[in-house]
Write a protein that binds this ligand. Structure first.
Ligand code: WTA
Length: 637
């Protein structure tokens, strides 16, 4: 496939950017024109950030899977769509061509139909990184069902919350998942979640690990047996459902600064157009390239840059079931060589942990096929950037530092590989169509260069969040109400003297642990459910590998007999309620928390102590009980 919208020089970038600002409708219409539509749109854009009410490609009709699959069949049906590398080195890899993937998506779409799934139904997918996961997602999209993929590291309670929020009556899962040396009993976790979710009608279970599971009569069915039924029916063709441009494609839950995670809703057409546009331009994808994104499909990075954008572009996506350093620290590099990877897209936390093994695991690895490297998820420190550049890219591969969010659907600020300049630890320039602005606390726009502020976006782009599922007001309050007529990202940002952007981290109460977003309020709520706990406050602190670690200050009802035992209990509670990813790295027992006279916890002070920046705590005299700060400082863990 060729991409008429691929930017090939700095000058073309400047021209495209100028056009996208001067005439965004025409700019996006030209790009959208290159996709497959059942019916073209009547109008490109209607928007009002105040509500928010954002519509792209109005009255356009399409199905994203026809763009991901059908339109490639005639010319490149035998090209690899997905290369799957299993967890174990001893198990053979699999290649699914576009023909294969089309066939299997069609087949599984029939399974969904046979099980009563209709357009608009919400389906929760809780699977490991097996090819059946993208097949399940695409089959949902094929028939217009809305998938909600839940990362395999979330607990039963987290799943139950998400099932209830979306009122999802269907689940697709696996008996278990292989992750490095561990087998995770996914179906058992689902069974625990379902105790509180009697509304779930059907659970389809893919057999991956042969883990014993309890299959409940009338509710649970095996993937393979359902496929067999479709085969007996003669594998009928499942025509793709005609979707409106604005029909939801999927829900993906993400943490915010308050309360429970919110279900970010993405549209069908806008998400398709922007994700593909960003993929082709940022990574400078060339036909035949093997693209390897190491994210888990349970996060937005996997949704966009393992599945939808790569397949829409007719590309080859490598998906890996296991962990980067298992069974040995050279595994990721072996995979790059084995499958002749051209584009490697990973997270700073993964780079740092691989860096920690030294250069030994790189011995005998060629890495010669690599052409472009990418990072995402958190600010990349210069040391990791240079290591990636020298030892992996051998100084000949541009590194794209891609800034974006679950809510933005695709990459927003990034250099374009080899086309626009890169700068270590800078996301650099916005993609065409993206208008970043920096504002101060009062919402005043900060003009000029060499300035810092809160990062906002001024004008809609096609894959902007449309709503938070079931609670539109929450979407407005979270993203569109902080600053007038702007989308607020929650990130702090610096714009250097050349106008290049450097993301400095969250300015709200959201932590970024190993590239995973976790709300401090969520962790506090989980800790507070432990019987021994009266109150808690959670902050982040710099962590060598994870980027940020979780530091919890906890007030107990009684002093514990064994503090370490108590810590382990609290960790267990958090693991049960959210999942192991939210477990505090450090727990400090305190007798009180620094509060203002109105009772507000002064997190700034707690953050300084956790960061071991005692010198810059500042004035504490306005606190209700200034003495507590000294006690906390002395007891820092
Ligand atoms: C952070 C992941 C610095 C940021 C795609 C953002 C980054 C949050 C970068 C979104 C980057 C993501 N440099 N920070 N290149 N990319 N972030 O929703 O704080 O899981 O708001 O989406 O990750 O995380 P999310």
């Amino acid at each position: 496939m060729s991409f008429p919208f691929q930017i090939k020089s700095l000058q073309e970038y400047n021209t495209a950017y100028a056009k996208s600002v001067e005439n965004p409708e025409q700019f996006w219409a030209d790009i959208a024109d290159t996709f497959m539509w059942r019916k073209k749109w009547d109008k490109v854009l209607e928007w009002d950030f105040k509500k928010p009410d954002i519509k792209w490609f109005i009255n356009g009709k399409l199905n994203i899977t026809e763009n991901c699959l059908d339109r490639h069949l005639a010319r490149s049906g035998d090209d690899p769509a997905i290369i799957w590398e299993p967890n174990s080195k001893d198990e053979p890899h699999k290649v699914l061509t576009y023909n294969d993937l089309h066939f299997r998506v069609n087949q599984f779409a029939n399974v969904l139909r046979n099980n009563g799934v209709k357009k608009g139904d919400r389906i929760c997918i809780y699977m490991g990184m097996v090819p059946e996961l993208p097949i399940a997602m695409l089959a949902c999209a094929r028939i217009g069902a809305i998938h909600s993929v839940i990362f395999g590291g979330f607990s039963a309670q987290s799943i139950a919350d998400r099932l209830q929020d979306a009122n999802a009556e269907f689940i697709i899962t696996c008996d278990g998942a292989y992750r490095g040396g561990k087998d995770i009993a996914l179906k058992n976790i689902i069974d625990d979640a379902l105790i509180a979710c009697a509304f779930v009608k059907r659970v389809i279970v893919f057999n991956r690990t042969h883990t014993p599971v309890s299959m409940i009569k009338g509710r649970d069915v095996w993937w393979d047996e359902e496929i067999q039924i479709v085969e007996e029916q003669g594998n009928p063709v499942m025509p793709a459902e005609e979707m409106d441009a604005e029909d939801p494609l999927f829900i993906l839950y993400t943490s915010g600064s308050t309360g429970k995670p919110k279900g970010v809703v993405h549209s069908s057409a806008g998400y398709m157009v922007y994700s593909t546009y960003s993929f082709v331009n940022v990574f400078q994808y060339q036909p035949g390239d093997v693209h390897f994104c190491t994210a888990d499909i349970g996060w937005i990075t996997g949704h966009t840059y393992i599945i939808y954008s790569v397949l829409c572009a007719g590309g080859t996506s490598l998906m890996y079931e296991g962990l980067p350093a298992w069974p040995d620290a050279g595994r990721l590099w072996d995979i790059v060589d084995k499958h002749k990877v051209n584009i490697l897209y990973t997270a700073p936390t993964a780079i740092r942990s691989l860096m920690a093994y030294g250069l030994e695991p790189l011995k005998g690895k060629s890495l010669d096929t690599l052409r472009v490297l990418g990072t995402v998820g958190e600010p990349i420190n210069e040391e990791a950037w240079h290591w990636y550049d020298e030892h992996i890219g051998k100084k000949r591969c541009p590194i794209v530092d891609t800034w974006w969010q679950t809510e933005t659907g695709g990459i927003m600020i990034s250099n374009l590989a080899g086309v626009t300049p890169s700068k270590p630890s800078y996301a650099t320039l916005p993609l065409p169509g993206i208008q970043p602005v920096l504002v101060d606390e009062q919402g005043k726009v900060i003009e000029g260069n060499d300035v810092s502020g809160n990062l906002c976006i001024r004008f809609p782009w096609p894959s902007v969040i449309r709503t938070t599922y079931g609670d539109h007001e929450r979407c407005r309050l979270n993203y569109f109400a902080t600053y007038h007529d702007l989308y607020f990202t929650g990130d702090g940002c610096y714009r250097d003297s050349q106008g290049q952007y450097r993301i400095t981290g969250r300015v709200d109460d959201v932590l970024n642990v190993s590239g995973h977003r976790i709300g401090t309020a969520e962790v506090e709520n989980a800790i507070n459910r432990h019987t021994g706990v009266l109150e808690s406050a959670v902050v982040g602190y710099p962590h060598d590998l994870k980027g940020q670690g979780i530091y919890a200050y906890v007030i107990l009802g009684h002093s514990p007999e064994d503090a370490n035992y108590m810590r382990a209990d609290i960790n267990q509670t958090v693991t049960r309620i959210i999942g192991a990813i939210a477990r505090p790295d450090k727990i400090q027992f305190v007798s009180g928390l620094p509060k203002t006279r109105s009772g507000k916890i002064m997190r700034r002070i707690l953050r300084k102590i956790a960061e071991n920046e005692m010198g810059s705590i500042g004035d504490t005299t306005t606190l209700l009980d200034p003495a507590v700060v000294e006690e906390i400082k002395a007891g820092r863990v």
